[in-house]
Design a protein around this ligand. Structure first.
Ligand SMILES: Cc1cc2nc3c(=O)[nH]c(=O)nc-3n(C[C@H](O)[C@H](O)[C@H](O)COP(=O)(O)OP(=O)(O)OC[C@H]3O[C@@H](n4cnc5c(N)ncnc54)[C@H](O)[C@@H]3O)c2cc1C
Length: 397
């Protein structure tokens, strides 16, 4: 299939990187994009996600994890590429597949990210070997769907301080009560990573909860402004008995494990925002070069070039954040998330403006992407929360 007009190829991309990008882009346009209308209308996205994981080989080392539970063995070192160029290309591939998916459908990409990233990677990095073996491989293969449950009706930005969901130790079990809201994948998820407050010492702990546990229920998907391909809902916990073996990592009581999860959620969100900005930029530049008014392409008007140039500034700076190979601490994750999320909305809105009447029409895609972009300024901590975190850290330093 022909690729849609590509107006933005970073000069730093190697021929291998361009080929890899085009490979993923062709797949997403051919296999995911045709489903977008149905997904936006509420079709269950998970069978398609499983197909994508299989087609593109995205399950990673799920088979190995199933055997080892993530315990390092002598063969691990042999599997790891020791050539830095190969390692860098693999890292690029992981970012690029998310970008190409989110260019086509940010909501679908968000649901996949919540399942394999917020649930899967969290359990993988903090779980016990038995928890990893039991829960992670199926989620990586798309056979099961995970969700990450922090937010509550009364605990959003102040998720820890105001958390009401409780975990009462009872013999070898914990008994969970409470409810979570705005949870990505909740209506269909098979497994939930639920944060709850221990009734004995007030600490926040994370529990792996299966849909089949007695007392677990979920709502229907909410109707919302954007990200319509991503089902969002509530999780209800009514005297849910969870065995102690499902306490993440055997029980971590400090908040550091949650903070680390928040950092990776923020970086994941920045990738989605960047993808939206890149697609909107491509569409706007293509339009500016081809749409004629007053006898010339509108892109020749300096007022339009001003908008295009500012879109480029956002895109170029956002790109350096999302492709960065640096290990990010929470502060850089907040700074990056804030900038890229706002850039995503700005570029999408500018793109609508350049397409004008057509930009307002669904056919031209940018109105959907602009609606999707706004969520990324709210989820994973609103703009205000990023600013507050950065400000506090500056003064504490
Ligand atoms: C589509 C969608 C998917 C989501 N997916 C998930 C998920 O998978 N898992 C999950 O746990 N959560 C999820 N969330 C929840 C999301 O993280 C929260 O919506 C977000 O953290 C904000 O919380 P809130 O909506 O309760 O807003 P509130 O915290 O009530 O904030 C309302 C306003 O007050 C401002 N505000 C709050 N506190 C302060 C302060 N101290 N100083 C200044 N201003 C402040 C905020 O910035 C905001 O503008 C999702 C949300 C949506 C919409």
């Amino acid at each position: 299939m022909d690729l849609p007009a590509t107006q933005y190829t970073p000069a730093s991309f190697s021929p291998e990187q361009v080929a890899m990008r085009d490979h993923f882009r062709k797949y997403m346009m051919a296999e995911i994009d045709p489903h977008t209308a149905a997904l936006e209308a509420g079709e269950n996205p998970y069978p398609l996600m499983k197909k994508m994981v299989g087609d593109l080989g995205l399950a990673g080392d799920a088979d190995k994890l199933e055997k080892t539970g993530g315990v390092k063995s002598d063969t691990d070192a042999a599997d790891r590429p020791n050539d830095p160029d190969t390692a860098a290309l693999m890292r690029f591939a992981r970012t690029q597949v998310q970008i190409e998916l989110a260019r086509v459908n940010p909501g679908f990409a968000m649901s996949w990210g919540a399942s394999v990233g917020l649930f899967g990677s969290n359990v993988r990095s903090k779980g016990t070997p038995d928890q990893i073996k039991k829960y992670v491989p199926d989620v990586m293969r798309g056979e099961k769907t995970g969700s990450w449950c922090l937010t509550e009706p009364g605990a959003g930005s102040d998720a820890f301080g105001s958390m009401k969901t409780s975990a009462r130790p009872d013999g070898d079990d914990y008994v969970l009560n409470g409810s979570k809201t705005f949870i990505t994948n909740a209506p269909y998820a098979d497994v939930f990573l639920v944060y709850a407050r221990n009734t004995e010492d007030g600490s926040i702990q994370a529990f792996i909860v299966e849909r089949g546990f007695k007392g677990v229920d979920t709502s229907k998907p909410f109707d919302k402004m954007g990200m319509k391909s991503s089902p969002t809902g509530q999780v209800f916990l009514d005297d849910v008995r969870v065995p102690a073996e499902n306490l993440l990592g055997g029980g971590m009581k400090d908040r550091d494990h949650v903070r680390k999860s928040l950092a990776s959620e923020r970086i994941g969100i920045a990738v989605l925002s960047y993808a939206i900005a890149e697609r909107c930029y491509d569409i706007a530049v293509d339009y500016a070069k081809t749409r004629e008014q007053g006898g010339q392409a509108i892109g020749h008007y300096q007022l339009i070039q001003n908008r295009l140039a500012r879109m480029y500034v956002d895109l170029s700076n956002a790109r350096r954040i999302v492709y960065s190979s640096e290990e990010m601490d929470i502060l850089d994750a907040c700074a990056g998330k804030l900038f890229v999320a706002e850039a995503g909305t700005r570029v999408a809105m500018e793109s609508i403006h350049i397409l004008a009447g057509n930009g307002y029409m669904s056919e031209y895609v940018v109105e959907r992407l602009a609606r999707d972009a706004k969520l990324l300024e709210l989820g994973g901590g609103t703009t205000e929360i990023q600013i507050i975190t950065i400000g506090k850290a500056i003064m504490a330093g």
